[in-house]
Design a protein around this ligand. Sequence first.
Ligand code: UGA
Length: 312
Amino acid sequence: MAHYLVTGVAGFIGSHVAERLIEGGNSVRGIDCFTNYYARSLKEKNLSGLLENPAFVFDELDLSRADLSSALEGADAVCHLAAQAGVRASWGRNFGTYLDCNIAATQRLLEACKERPLTRFVYASSSSVYGDTDDLPMREPGATCPVSPYGVTKLAAEHLAVLYHRNYGLPTVSLRFFTVYGPRQRPDMAFRRFISETLAGRAIEIYGDGEQTRDFTFIDDIVDGVLRALGNGSPGEVFNLGGGSRVTLNEALDTLERVMGMRIERHYGTPQKGDVRDTLADNSKARNELGFAPLVGLEEGLAHEFEWLRSL
Ligand code: UGA
């Protein structure tokens, strides 16, 4: 049994990771500052099961301001999932929040961790660090040229994680998540919007022609990758975690219609600044070093997300 600090624990991925750690017999201290990117009530709902568990302690705490020493007390490893999410919202005045939450907060946490005997510091990075490329699948040593301010901040924090490994021996590992979906998905993300709007009898908006492609990754596979990275993989390294297949948004919508047994009314709008055209992960490094092997295909994963949203 180990004790973990999980940041961003009230979020989509953080709440699932904390639950799985506790199911494995570990204890977790979770922290979150409830940024206003989406409703606090939704994040509180994500936390509700955890709060009943005696192996879980919650602190409402802002990584970019608070003293972090008590939160780190007794931690064997850190899972840093807190971030200001969303590629399309990261322009303009919002950028200050992305700087604070994604870069400054990560640097403060790394500083607070650097002299501690942690076995691992896992940082949640993003496929958005790659940007637009014809060189698919995306491989970790390939070029990184983000097309969103969000992607720039996620890449900067990846570099910080490497620096703290090289200079202080902190055993950091960065994981590049590829468009994660499933129960508790954020309300701004595509599938959650598409399912909710269709259930409400409304049309959905597709940004662009729907021929953009994504390597969608089911939440359970991401959690499995995070847990594996807590115990495997060379420190200072970066790993892709992708679902293993690439579909166009139009194809994904056809699958979703089958899963829901409903017609989705599609309206095509303008492409959004900050969106990459295509993503596809080369998972071979994660497979070889972490033992990562995504199991859940798109149809099955969408069925889980649909069931969850219908039950709300
Ligand atoms: C997602 C997350 O939101 C990011 O936080 C994360 O860093 C990124 O994945 C990643 O892979 O690292 P995104 O791929 O944009 O970003 O995920 P979705 O919001 O699910 O969008 C998927 C596609 O659907 C995008 O092409 C988007 O433009 C499109 N979309 C989304 C629509 O056409 N309409 C919508 O209402 C929402």
